[in-house]
Design a protein around this ligand. Structure first.
Ligand code: ADP
Length: 486
């Protein structure tokens, strides 16, 4: 019988997306389905889902979640995408907002209520729809309480007696921390709030909840799974992860080549392939025209598409800017996020208008155009759990220039004039970053060798199939652990 998987996520492309998790949740369930699993995807019904024009219909059930003495009802909506069942939990009070988790000024004040509601509503809906899951696959802190509810509130419920849990950490720095004074909102027994359970230095941690209570923990690249067991990258959870290292696995994210392939991409002005790169030159020209940016033909264009947060290396980038501005290259930045970075980027654009083009906002179309139209993509991340843009850029023949950390280190192989697919620097410093960009620009001057480098990069295959198989092996392991007596 097909393995029955519930995939619970706070975001999924093409319905709602802020970053890589959205892409993963949009593609992995489909890849699992292709391998024979029965998968149901669950996410909140945000305003963004409404704007995405997803055609939903009522799933025929209502859910009710007790919270702080009130019973909060939610509607369950349903759609399908390539035959995959997608369920939305709808409660406008929580999800009909302009952003998913918070505004550029900070997180929404009631995120605990919002995601307690979502987590409990998912379990209610799964039961009401009689979905009988073998696996519930949870993603990031927003779903970290689901394994706890399963072990605590649903422990004696025969419906879930054979349900194992897998929890994927997409970014350990986002922990879902809340004051202990509002623990009661979870409705969980007070005994679970202790340092071995849900408490993290005097606060409630939803990420820790997921790590402690799931049968298997995964993260999104092998390198990151090792890094998060160290104090430097573990954000205070390294000890806990080390204790659970037998249950912790790094599975590299794949790419949905149905969306990210220059040969079929409908968001770029001209399609192209490794065999015929002429369309890429058209994409560069059209991109420059679209963003109203003049750059001589002889200059390479370096792109960056990123959430504007500390993780992405903006501090060393800003420090490196005076040196980078001396180089013969243009830069195009697309980003949304923290207002302090938005402001600094806009300042840069004003200061160096002939070298820098800045676009603040979330713009899917422009992100595809930048992937296709640039010569290089820059990712100087302080840390990077997996990183998807560098993998997309390989496919687009847009050579990645990255810091060697996490998934960037796993996917980019340093170019040595003959082999490799990109450029890497290890030390987190403006100098190392500038040197690496210099090296890439030097290599770009040899057009013939560069073309070969592009063609090699474009041939790399990071499709979801092999990663989805690894998840299936881990699902089997989680089920085995569940059946093992303690
Ligand atoms: P993270 O998950 O940390 O944001 P990833 O590299 O894993 O980083 O994934 C980022 C995803 O979000 C990519 O699909 C990228 O194109 C997209 N993205 C990030 N910022 C923007 C933006 N401002 N506009 C459009 N797409 C963006």
């Amino acid at each position: 019988m097909a393995l029955n998987v519930i995939f619970a996520t706070p975001e999924a492309f093409p319905f709602a997306k802020t970053g890589g998790l959205g892409d993963v949740a949009g593609a992995l369930p489909l890849a699992l389905k292709r391998l024979g699993c029965k998968v149901s995807l669950f996410l909140p019904y945000y305003r963004e889902v409404l704007l995405s024009r997803a055609r939903t219909e009522p799933a025929g059930i209502e859910v009710s979640v007790p919270m702080a003495g009130r019973d909060l009802s939610g509607q369950v909506l349903k759609t399908s995408i390539d035959g995959l069942a997608v369920y939305f939990i709808k409660r406008d009070e929580f999800f009909d907002r302009s952003c998913l988790y918070g505004t550029p000024e900070g997180d929404y004040f009631d995120n605990l209520e919002r995601f307690v509601f979502f987590s409990r509503a998912v379990l209610e809906a799964v039961k009401a729809k009689d979905l009988k899951p073998d696996i519930i696959h949870c993603n990031d802190w927003q779903t970290g309480l689901i394994p706890v509810y399963l072990k605590d509130a649903c422990e004696d419920d025969p419906f879930f007696s054979k349900t194992a849990t897998v929890f994927t950490i997409h970014n350990i720095a986002y922990q879902g921390l809340f004051p202990s004074s509002i623990y009661g909102i979870t409705g969980l027994s007070p005994e679970l709030y202790n340092p071995e359970g849900l408490e993290f230095w005097g606060k409630l941690s939803l990420l820790k909840a997921g790590i402690v209570y799931s049968d298997i923990i995964t993260t999104v690249s092998p390198a990151y799974s090792r890094e998060i067991q160290t104090p430097e990258y573990g954000s205070g959870l390294d000890g806990l992860l080390k204790n659970r290292k037998e249950d912790l696995f790094g599975v590299l994210n794949g790419v949905d080549y149905g969306v990210w392939d220059p040969l079929i991409d409908r968001l770029i002005p001209s399609n192209y392939s490794a065999a015929d790169l002429s369309g890429k030159a058209v994409c560069k020209k059209e991109l420059l025209k679209n963003i109203n940016f003049e750059l001589g033909d002889e200059r390479p264009l370096i792109g960056m598409i990123s959430r504007l947060v500390d993780q992405k290396g903006f501090d060393i980038l800003f420090e490196a800017m005076p040196e980078l501005m001396k180089l013969e290259a243009g830069f195009v930045f697309l980003g949304s996020g923290e207002s302090k970075y938005q402001k600094r980027l806009e300042d840069l654009g004003r200061r160096y208008p002939e070298k820098v083009s800045v676009h603040i906002g979330f713009d899917d179309r422009l992100s595809h155009m930048i992937e296709a139209g640039c010569d290089m993509i820059l990712m100087p991340s302080r840390y990077e759990p997996c990183g998807l843009n560098q993998i997309y850029s390989l496919k687009y023949g847009t050579i990645p220039v990255v810091r060697a950390t996490g998934g960037l280190d796993d996917t980019v192989i340093d170019y040595n004039g003959k082999n490799g697919n990109g450029f890497k620097f290890r030390e987190y410093s403006p100098k190392a970053l500038t040197n690496c960009v210099r090296q890439a620009l030097l290599a770009w001057k040899d057009a013939k060798a560069w073309r070969k480098l592009q063609q090699r990069a474009m041939k790399a295959n990071f499709s979801w199939e092999s990663s989805a198989r690894k998840y299936m092996d881990l699902y089997a392991l989680a089920r085995k652990k569940l059946s093992r007596p303690e």
